[in-house]
Every structure is written in C-alpha cells, then in structure tokens.
Write a new protein. Structure first.
Length: 310
C-alpha cells in the first residue's frame, strides 16, 4: 500500500493534505510531516496543508488557505481521520483522487486508496514508515519533517506512556532524534500550560463527579471558561488529568462550545470508542470523542459510560 501511495504522489503536480477537526499533535505531525517529506523529495511539486488552524499548535505548523480551483487535478490525502464528517475542510472530495491514511478502526472506509494500520501508535509513526519504504525510490527526510513526525508520535503516545507505544515506536523515535531539531523546545511548547489553564486544572481536580462503576465526569460550561478566561480548546488540554485518580476506570469531559458540547472520553481499560460512535464520533478503544447538542443528552452519555464500566 505504501508503494501505491508513493506511485500516486509521483503522478501529481499538486498534493493537498487534510486532517481531522479539533486537531491534536498527531494530526499536525502526520499532515505536516508528510508534506515536508514530499516537498524535500520532489521540490517541483506544489504541496498544501489545509484546515482550520488550532492556535495552540501554531508552533508545529501554519496552514495554507487555498481557492477551490487548487483542487482541480490534484491528489488529496487525508491523515488521521476515521470518519468523513470529521475531515477538516470538506473540500477534500474535490480533487482528482483521494487517499486515506489512518490508524483508527476503519469503520468508515473512504477514498480511492486506504492505508489503515490500527496497531500503529500514531499516523505520524506511519508517515515515517512510509518514508522508510520509499527512501530507495526517491523519498527524502528533512529536519523539519522529523520534528513534526516526532512531535506527532510524542503527542499520541502520551510521551511514550500509552499502551499503543511499541518497540517499533521507540526504534522510530530513536532514529528521529538524530535529526537537527530541539526536543526540549518541542516538549516545552507541547506541554507548557497557561496560568489560567493550571487554575482550571485545580477546579477540575476539586469538582470532578464520581459516578457508578468507576466512571467519572467533568463539566466545563462556557460560563466557567469565561470565568477562567479560556476557550474550549484550552479546556480540552486537561482531559487526561483524571488518569491518575485511583478507582476511576473511564471518564468523560463535557466541554461546551458555541454550537455544541464536546464529549471527550478516556479510559484505563473499558473500551469507549463504541460509545463515541453512538454519538456520531469515534476514536481509539481508550481515547475517543464525540459531540452532543443539548445538556439533556449528557444524562444519556453518562448512563452509557456507567454501563461500559460494569
């Protein structure tokens, strides 16, 4: 499959790379890392990375704004996005050919070519494997590509602490750190928190709700966000904080946005991506997300989470 993708890349003069809404470091790392590999390997090609920017990840990459005409005759690649409805910038269907590269369960097959590896720690890891497969056929790695891919792997493995981290993940990380970029600078920008986010973290630890069967929940309303001077994207940085609380098996953060309520699910054992799918979301067995559109639905999500934790 990797060689087929490389063959398609070689055919096209314009390549446009998308990723999912509400991006995380792996979304940026895989999208940007692939773009930098292609640019370095084939400098004559035009490569765009598109989607709504996430301010907290601007240190990883700034994205392109392109007109609809750019998609004419272009190859489109979507990274790290299981469901079509979660592709950021829905113009992804306007190109000549579509490729899906992902590591989530392939419950929504789309694209002319699909490369899905659910055992991969991250799509960034897959992008490095793509480079290894094609380096004898013209692919080149750059320092910037290595920085982005490494950042994506670090983000999706929780600094190599999540169960998805494998021996291969460490081997790839060991190769990437040989390139010229500052890991210290990358870590600082990925994990430094604003003072008001730290204060909200204190609120979360004092106000999370213990539910039945080892489940827990946190509600962060827009009023609370305004009180702390934060946005929903800032609040979402704290979703993992309950992972260190004894007795909690799985938990959910309800983070209110302007037009919906973000549902962020995490688990230390019970599989929760089926629950996310029920509410038109998706993700991994232990980390997933969805959206609801009223506080009444919150009760249903909590009930479902409690049942999963039985």
């Amino acid at each position: 499959m990797k060689s087929k993708i490389l063959d398609e890349i070689k055919k096209y003069d314009t390549i446009i790379i998308h990723r999912h809404v509400r991006p995380d470091p792996d979304a940026y790392g895989s999208q940007g890392g692939l773009a930098e590999i292609i640019k370095t390997s084939f400098p004559e090609k035009t490569v765009y990375t598109v989607g709504k920017e996430e301010e907290s990840l601007n240190f990883m990459r700034r994205l392109d704004s392109i007109p609809d005409e750019a998609y004419k005759g272009a190859l489109v690649i979507v990274c790290d996005t299981a469901n079509q409805e979660r592709v950021c910038d829905q113009r992804y269907t306007m190109g000549d050919k579509l490729i899906k590269i992902d590591h989530h369960p392939n419950e929504d097959p789309y694209g002319d070519i699909m490369w899905v590896e659910t055992d991969a720690s991250s799509v960034s890891e897959m992008i490095y494997e793509f480079y290894l497969e094609g380096k004898d056929a013209g692919l080149k790695m750059s320092d910037e590509a290595a920085r982005l891919i490494y950042g994506g792997i670090v983000g999706d493995t929780g600094r190599f602490l999540f169960p998805s981290t494998t021996e291969k993940t460490f081997e790839i990380a060991g190769e990437l750190i040989r390139y010229n970029f500052s890991r210290t600078d990358l870590y600082d920008k990925m994990y430094e928190l604003k003072p008001n986010v730290v204060k909200l973290n204190g609120y979360v630890l004092q106000n999370f709700e213990v539910l039945a069967n080892g489940a827990a929940s946190v509600t962060i309303s827009r009023e609370l966000q305004e009180q702390y001077g934060l946005k929903a994207s800032d609040a979402s940085l704290l979703v993992g904080v309950l992972g260190n609380v004894q007795g909690i098996k799985a938990w959910v953060f309800f983070i209110e946005e302007e037009d919906q309520i973000r549902v962020c699910l995490r688990s230390k054992g019970p599989v929760i991506n089926g629950l996310a799918k029920k509410y038109k979301g998706g993700g991994h067995p232990l980390a997933a997300g969805a959206s609801i559109h009223s506080w009444e639905e919150k009760k249903d999500v909590i009930k479902d989470l409690e049942e999963i934790c039985l």
